[in-house]
Design a protein around this ligand. Structure first.
Ligand code: E4P
Length: 215
């Protein structure tokens, strides 16, 4: 499963990229707003750091304007993936952008049928927001499993990008469900490394090593 970092914080992105486990990055308007910086400045820095797909989100609501925005974003760098909300005009734009060879990430997705429509329009990625579904009493991971089944049934090539991830269990469940990609905050990435038995085990080894005669 490919791992993306979900952030617009260039310091966190740079650090996580250095760990060697990140394949790409997803941003959204809320992440960019949190930085307090100009979006183009942030996008260019991320594209300098991350040598992999970088999703940059459109904010227009009509197909024509989304396409115009998408074309402009795609010109920034070969790694740009144009992120488009799964609204009707958005999917029309995705179809057009796909026909021009521009990669897309269909976002703000909450149902397997939205994912099916996105795949029919040639989306490169589909981003179901599992944590936001869980938050209203639905099972976000069921959505991932159903999309996997639909995509496999009809050999859709759109990649499932599990998003709005809240904790390591989401990562485990997404991997078991066959998600192609997962995107998560820096804080969740760090949690993936943690295991108390590893800390205890390393401590025991170091203490025992101290008892080994030296020379
Ligand atoms: C995904 O690409 C989105 O940026 C992100 O995961 C949104 O989720 P959240 O704001 O609920 O964390």
């Amino acid at each position: 499963m490919k791992i993306f970092i979900d952030s617009a914080d260039v310091d966190k992105i740079r650090e996580a990229w250095g760990w060697g486990i990140i394949d790409g990055c997803t941003t959204n308007p809320s992440h960019v707003a949190k930085t307090g910086r100009k979006h183009m400045e942030v996008y260019r820095e991320i594209l300098d750091i991350v040598d992999g797909p970088v999703s940059l989100e459109t904010i227009s609501l009509s197909a024509k304007e989304i396409v115009d925005e998408g074309r402009a974003l795609a010109k920034l760098h070969k790694n740009v993936v144009v992120k488009v909300p799964v609204i009707r005009e958005g999917l029309m734009a995705v179809k057009q952008l796909n026909s021009e060879g521009i990669k897309t990430n269909v976002t703000v997705t909450f149902s397997p049928l939205q994912a099916m429509l996105a795949a029919k329009c040639g989306a490169t990625y589909i981003s179901p927001f599992v944590g936001r579904l869980d938050a209203i009493g639905h099972n976000g991971m069921d959505c991932i499993k159903q999309i996997r089944t639909i995509y496999d049934n009809y050999a859709f090539e759109t990649q499932i990008l599990t998003a709005a991830v809240r904790h390591p269990l989401h990562v485990l469940e997404a991997a078991l469900a066959g998600s192609d990609v997962i995107t998560m905050a820096y804080e969740v990435l760090i949690q993936l490394y943690d295991h108390p038995l590893t800390d205890i085990g390393v401590d025991i080894f170091l203490k025992d090593w101290a008892k080994v005669p030296k020379a």
